[in-house]
Design a protein around this ligand. Structure first.
Ligand SMILES: Nc1ncnc2c1ncn2[C@@H]1O[C@H](COP(=O)(O)OP(=O)(O)OP(=O)(O)O)[C@@H](O)[C@H]1O
Length: 234
């Protein structure tokens, strides 16, 4: 299968502290890829490197053949929601979605079409609220950020802890959204999560980070949840 994300000799250190160290990692196009690991394991660091939000200490990441820290051409087909800092607090959800649509060459009508697909996911709490994004609850901000990341048919979608702060109904809907993106639209979806059940249900592959290193790389099967639970129990 065609590789879309290629990691080579990647490390990130803060002074003497090496917080990420991945010699090689290839993610094929269309894979739903899950990243797990305890607090401080390096998940957000990895996503931040992938989005060129921080600079690697050594090595690099390629996104569809483009070294992300050297060239911006990966941006039109890559989107993400890492945290609320990705939102624009003084816009309403609609204003924000149309703004992202402008950035991604997506018309208002196309954005509306996409939003209509997410009516259930929004559960009546995002659209037509006359509320600024900064005044939405944490969970509703997350919903808005996740859907915004899907505007413009991105090929790579990166979501940091997408299930955290969401109610159970929304978690179930989000699982279906992520599965469909990968299975039906061949979108490469990278998610991090502390929820082993969600991640094994949604992701074809789960990688475990521990102190910045890949300690497990599993193609998800019936046995994966148990394997991960045993690993984290130790
Ligand atoms: N700017 C920084 N300066 C120093 N250390 C940092 C900096 N940013 C991150 N770190 C350290 O890098 C390590 C990895 O952090 P990271 O946020 O990637 O972990 P994580 O797996 O996402 O954790 P969590 O599950 O808690 O979100 C941590 O030890 C953290 O303290």
């Amino acid at each position: 299968m065609e590789t879309i994300i290629k990691v080579q000799n990647l490390s990130k250190s803060y002074k003497a502290d090496k917080v990420l160290d991945i010699e090689a990692l290839d993610i094929p196009k269309g894979q739903s890829f899950g990243l797990v690991g305890n607090n401080g394991a390096g998940k957000t660091t990895f996503f931040s490197l992938l989005l060129d939000l921080i600079q690697p200490t050594t090595g690099h990441i390629e996104n569809n053949g483009i070294i992300v820290s050297e060239n911006e051409d990966w941006k039109p087909y890559t989107s993400s929601f890492i945290d609320e800092s990705f939102l624009i607090g003084y816009l309403t959800a609609e204003e924000y979605f149309y703004f992202i649509g402008d950035l991604r060459n997506t018309s208002k009508a196309e954005v509306d079409e996409l939003l209509a697909e997410f009516a259930d996911f929004f559960h009546g709490e995002i659209l037509n609220q006359k509320k600024y994004l900064r005044d939405l609850s944490k969970g509703n901000q997350k919903k808005a950020g996740i859907v915004a990341a899907l505007i413009g048919n991105p090929e790579v979608v990166i979501l940091d802890e997408p299930f955290a702060n969401l109610d159970p109904t929304t978690q179930i809907r989000l699982k279906k959204i992520i599965k469909d993106l990968s299975a039906q639209k061949n979108v490469t979806v990278l998610v991090s999560s502390h929820d082993l059940m969600h991640v094994t249900e949604v992701c074809e592959r789960v990688v475990v980070l521990d102190k910045g290193q890949v300690v497990k790389d599993i193609y998800t099967s019936e046995a994966t949840l148990k394997e991960l639970e045993l690993y984290f129990e130790r």
